[in-house]
Ligand binder design. Structure first.
Ligand code: AMP
Length: 283
């Protein structure tokens, strides 16, 4: 496994692979790997002849009061895990090379970002779309894998690829959970032992919404009200949003017909956690 820090070196290697007719699979990450990341790598390994994983904690997707500085990092452990997954290249670009002095170009997906996390984290998706566009131009993948835990991010990237004619296939991968249902996240690291139970309020809420929906409650406002009351029974929690929305446009819906996305963001102590589920009429 190669570790590449230099943008030109990564780009030239991808050019060489493409000339040889190799299919490149790519998993962009911010590191501190858990099984969610590894599941993306496994899928990428199956799809591509070569597999690139990037680790880059992208400063421009963090707000001024967010956790950029504290974001967990452990490159030694990450590279050992990536090697186990038979990753060909770990690409770890330098921040100054990604955003040199005078940098001034950004990518903005305008509508999908006006919902959910886009409202509570202004500028976040502009940072995400920009770094992913840059990484696509450097790594030149045929396939790029994203987790559906970050459902809005997946939609934003798909839209960017469609609108800007990137020649890459975006693949959404299911959320990997702990045995009790908590969605794996690098930010779970922030949870104190006494907050771990409260972190489960997100998954329990999704299950509760699914039960309500399956037993005939299709009124989104009523489901949301129940969920909000439920989360408030957990200590350490502060709700950012609870949304039932169209899974393609992310616009809020009143009455669930065939399908809806239930998405929520809750602060549990220092950790801002997100999770989601598709509510669907089973045929
Ligand atoms: P991150 O390092 O948190 O930026 O995540 C890198 C990629 O891993 C993104 O595409 C995430 O959606 C994905 N990911 C994060 N957590 C999970 C999870 N629990 N299950 C599946 N994919 C995940």
């Amino acid at each position: 496994m190669q570790v590449i820090k230099n943008i030109k070196q990564m780009s030239s290697l991808s050019d060489k692979w493409r000339q040889e007719g190799k299919k490149i699979a790519f998993v962009p990450t911010m590191g501190y790997f858990h099984n969610g990341h590894l599941s993306l790598m496994r899928k990428g390994r199956l799809l591509g002849d070569v597999l690139v994983v990037s680790i880059f904690i992208n400063p421009i997707q963090f707000g001024p009061k967010e956790d950029f500085k504290e974001y967990p990092r452990n490159f030694e452990r990450d590279s050992a895990l990536a090697q186990k997954e038979k990753v060909d290249v770990v690409f770890v670009p330098d921040e100054r090379e990604m955003y040199p002095p005078g940098y001034q170009t950004f990518v903005e997906v305008t509508k999908l970002t006006q919902h959910l996390c886009g409202l509570s984290r202004p500028g976040h998706f502009k940072g995400v779309a920009t770094v992913v566009a840059k990484l696509f131009n450097i790594v030149k993948p045929h396939f790029a894998l994203f987790g559906l835990k970050d459902y809005q991010q997946y939609l934003v990237i798909k839209k960017m690829v469609e609108d800007l004619n990137f020649d890459v296939q975006i693949i959404g991968c299911p959320t990997v959970r702990e045995s009790d249902g908590l969605a794996m996240s690098s930010r779970n690291e922030y949870l104190l032992p006494e907050q771990r139970g409260a972190a489960l309020s997100l998954y329990k809420s999704l299950k509760m919404a699914q039960d309500l929906f399956e037993t005939g409650e299709h009124n989104a406002k009523k489901i949301k009200a129940e969920i909000i009351n439920f989360i408030k029974t957990f200590p350490y929690t502060q709700i950012d949003y609870v949304s039932i929305c169209d899974p393609e446009t992310l616009e809020e819906i009143d009455e669930i017909k065939d399908k809806a996305l239930m998405a929520l963001a809750v602060r549990v102590g220092k950790a801002r956690l997100i999770d989601n589920l598709i509510l669907e009429v089973r045929k």
